[in-house]
Design a protein around this ligand. Structure first.
Ligand code: PLP
Length: 426
């Protein structure tokens, strides 16, 4: 048996995790009203576990370095905050948001102009743009709009959990496409059995990719669009990290492919590029019929986006973009600092070309642990929060993800603390 598995610290971590699972089961059984089966089919949301572990460490007086959630720490652009503050004070902005209103019309036009500047793809603002209460909201509701109980959604695994959780919540059938270093984290569409293809309605992709940091080029998107048109499958591209590319790489939009609008929609967000995750503003672009069905679904569920938020979003997208370039440069420096640090302590991790994450294989001497056990060990012994790879799907097991959302001195400190944990098993 590996020395790591026999260490009392690790046995304690494993015991605590087993007890946690038992407690959660007891809680749901105790409740007078049983949760719907669709909720039972979902894994416990990863960040709920991480928050609990972090709270326990903080209560013990540990100064926790949180590299768990991709929650940008940079202050948002001052001119956007100023606009929000101004608009919040106006009474008319506190009324329900209605399609065709002043800010609603200006926002979709601004999005179309922003999109054209970045990707040279023209969009009809009235039909090919749909503002959302964050892209997560739109991505999950898209499954609800389209999946019947016998429809299959094809989802790369590991991936951002909303891609598969939305399918499960909608009651559709989830079909995993394993992605790994060998296939460059790109799904092999030709390996999907014919019987599965016949029942498939949607394919989710997302490049630059969370959590693996993988990127895709236009050639890959061309192949996806050709395949999707041939098999009449909707392509859903989550493009949350479009700006976060390094070393000369530019991330293409799937809509740059000719004919893509026949089958594809793409999701964007202000949460990452403009450090505005609390604002809750995202948008979908692309195929107008798909977006119309998503809008229809949403009309039964929400009342749109706070109008003051829409005015602020217009400032972010139409105003100067230096903020975005500076933010990307900051994450670039953090990436270099953190990766050099990990290398120095003997943890060799591939250099990410994009996103603000680092996707790291668990060091060999800890490989007998699950990624959740290893992440728990890092919180408890180093006060460093990371995301276990299994939280992104079973094919993420064996990895952890670091989100570089702390300043460089804290990243250096995180490396020093991690080094102490890695030495535990020597
Ligand atoms: C790939 C990906 N898509 C979507 C989101 C959610 O973004 P939003 O804040 O717009 O809901 C995230 C957030 O981490 C993400 O990583």
């Amino acid at each position: 048996m590996s020395p790591t598995l026999t260490s009392p610290t690790i046995r304690r971590v494993q015991q605590q995790l087993r007890e946690r699972t038992k407690r959660e089961r007891a809680r749901t059984n105790r409740c007078l009203f049983h949760e719907a089966n669709r909720l039972k089919r979902l894994p416990l949301y990863l960040f709920t576990i991480l928050d609990e572990l972090k709270a326990q460490a903080t209560a013990r007086g540990v100064n926790v370095i949180d590299l768990g959630m991709g929650n940008p720490d940079l202050p948002p652009p001052a001119h956007v905050v100023a606009e929000l503050t101004k608009q919040v004070k106006k009474a008319e902005n506190h009324r329900y948001s209605r399609k065709g209103g002043d800010v609603e019309t200006k926002l979709v036009e601004t999005i179309a102009q922003w999109y054209h500047r970045k990707f040279r793809v023209p969009l009809d603002p009235g039909r090919e743009v749909l503002p959302l209460i964050g892209s997560k909201e739109g991505i999950s509701h898209l499954s609800l709009a389209f999946l019947n109980h016998d429809d299959i959604a094809l989802v790369p695994n590991p991936t951002y959990p909303v891609h598969f959780n939305g399918v499960v919540m909608a009651g559709g059938i989830l079909y995993n496409l394993p992605i790994n270093p060998e296939n460059h984290y790109l799904p092999d569409l030709h390996a999907i059995p014919r019987s599965v293809l016949r029942q498939s309605k949607m394919l989710f992709i997302s490049y630059p990719h969370n959590p693996t940091t993988a990127v895709a080029d236009l050639k890959f998107f061309k192949e996806v669009v050709r395949w999707a048109r041939q098999h009449r499958i909707m392509v859903v591209h989550d493009f949350a990290y479009s700006d976060f590319t390094f070393d000369g790489f530019r991330a293409p939009s799937v809509l740059e492919v000719e004919g893509a609008k026949e089958v594809a929609v793409e999701f964007h967000t202000l949460s990452k590029s403009y450090s505005l995750p609390g604002l809750r503003l995202g948008f979908g672009v692309g195929n107008q019929d798909i977006l119309a069905s998503l809008a229809k679904t949403k009309s039964y569920i929400d009342f749109g986006i706070f109008r003051a938020v829409q005015w602020a979003a217009i400032q972010a997208l139409a105003g100067p973009q230096d903020y975005v370039h500076q933010a990307v440069a900051t994450y670039h420096r953090r990436r270099d600092t953190f990766l050099q640090g990990l290398k120095r302590i003997g943890w060799d991790v591939p250099m990410p070309k994009a996103t603000f994450y680092v996707w790291a294989k668990i060091p060999l001497k800890f490989s007998a642990l699950t990624s959740l056990e290893f992440a728990t060990l890092l919180v408890q012994e180093a006060g460093v929060v990371v995301s276990p790879g299994s939280g992104f799907g079973e094919y993420g097991e064996g990895f952890v993800r670091f989100a570089l959302v702390e300043p460089e001195p804290r990243l250096r400190e995180a490396v020093r603390r991690i080094a102490r944990v890695l030495q535990m098993a020597d």
